[in-house]
Design a protein around this ligand. Structure first.
Ligand code: UT7
Length: 334
């Protein structure tokens, strides 16, 4: 007897962004930049910032998860597993996911964090879907959340204009009709480590007066190099998803690209010759929220998604880490 393969489908989404809006205009008062430069070079107009001290990434992760739970009327006690994809955990030890699971009432779940810089959510999708496909768990909550403002130097114009804070959540469940995750191609390359990193605070360079004075706890990025790798690698993997699955650009309903720079997104879309109407984009209002970009897109576009829609996800981030996945949408959202 053959048993049908279990596919892992997204069955609900949720989001949270802080109220405070950091505009390009306000950044003009912090660093030597202009609205015109930021808009043309990145596509970003504003981003959200979690201003209140003592509110960390879990504050947003909890709210995104609760938004999903209330929208989809989920009993949190049925959730088996909570993953929080994040590059900015509340603390280095005592995971953000565990706190999140407890606060949302997922008392029967186990939870852990997952970090792969801007690819954290994409990698998280791989982990979440594998647990479902194995048949071991039935409800896996994956949250992507980052308080990027906690690791940004607001005197460094190369980074402070790009990043923002936010959180998005998706629920994965088994699907009997074959919808959900179809394929993925994930990559990493340690050669990229020098180009996008936070140098201090880990085991190589523990925190000290010197590391604080040298601003080594902030994100450092060689933008031009990262840009070059992001463009070629994101485009490569997106194209691979199409060719490997024998689908054409006409078959693709949506590209769901990591929101790092509008020019990177457009280059990825151009490589697969996809019309701009099929490219999810919200970078203008949130900037780069690292682990939250992909679920925030799904939440913002949920109303436009239909059962059977073919989605191509693509992301690139520090490490380097990157990849693409192909997923079919499992429900009519309206
Ligand atoms: O999500 C994780 C992965 N991260 C990314 O994918 C980010 C990839 N990188 C980028 O998006 C872009 O490289 C940036 C947006 C960070 C920078 O844009 P760019 O077009 O690559 O600029 P650049 O670094 O090559 O700098 C061009 C010029 C320089 O001036 P000169 O040397 O030509 O006189 C910079 O000093 O623009 C200057 N510049 C700025 N000017 C005004 C750099 N940042 C700014 C700024 N405002 N904020």
């Amino acid at each position: 007897m053959t048993t049908a393969k279990i596919t892992a489908a997204i069955t609900a989404v949720g989001k949270y962004v802080p109220d405070y809006i950091l505009t390009n205009k306000e950044l003009e008062s912090l660093v030597d930049t202009s609205d015109e430069w930021i808009t043309t070079r990145t596509g970003i107009k504003e981003r959200r910032i979690l201003k209140e001290p003592e509110q960390g990434t879990s504050f947003m992760a909890i709210r995104a998860a609760k938004n999903l739970i209330s929208k989809a009327d989920i009993n949190p006690e049925e959730i088996d597993m909570v993953l929080v994809a994040t590059a900015t955990p509340d603390m280095p030890v005592a995971s953000t996911a565990v706190k999140t699971a407890t606060e949302i009432g997922a008392v029967n779940a186990f939870a852990f964090d997952l970090q792969a810089a801007c690819s954290s959510f994409l990698y998280g999708m791989s982990v979440a879907t594998s647990y479902i496909e194995s048949g071991r768990y039935k409800k896996v909550l994956l949250v992507g959340a980052d308080k990027m403002s906690s690791i940004i130097d607001y005197t460094d114009r190369a980074t402070c204009i790009i990043f923002g804070d936010g959180a998005g959540a998706v629920l994965f469940e088994p699907n009997k009709e074959g919808y959900g995750m179809q394929d993925e191609f994930l990559k990493s390359d340690g050669y990229g480590r020098d180009f996008l990193k936070i140098e201090a605070g880990g085991s190589i360079l523990p925190p000290s007066d010197t590391t604080v004075k040298n601003k080594q706890h902030f994100v450092h990025q060689e933008g031009r190099t990262v840009f070059k790798f992001a463009v070629s690698n994101m485009a490569d993997v997106a194209e691979k998803m199409l060719t490997r699955n024998h689908i054409t650009k006409e078959d693709v309903d949506w590209l769901v690209p990591h929101q790092a720079n509008k020019r990177i997104i457009e280059a990825t879309a151009n490589r697969i010759a996809l019309e701009s109407e099929k490219v999810m984009m919200n970078i203008h209002k949130y900037g780069n929220t690292t682990s939250a970009t992909l679920p925030l897109l799904l939440a913002d576009y949920e109303d436009q998604l239909n059962k059977g829609d073919r989605l191509i996800f693509a992301a690139f981030g520090g490490g380097f880490t990157w990849g693409a996945s192909y997923l079919t949408w499992a429900y009519n959202s309206k």
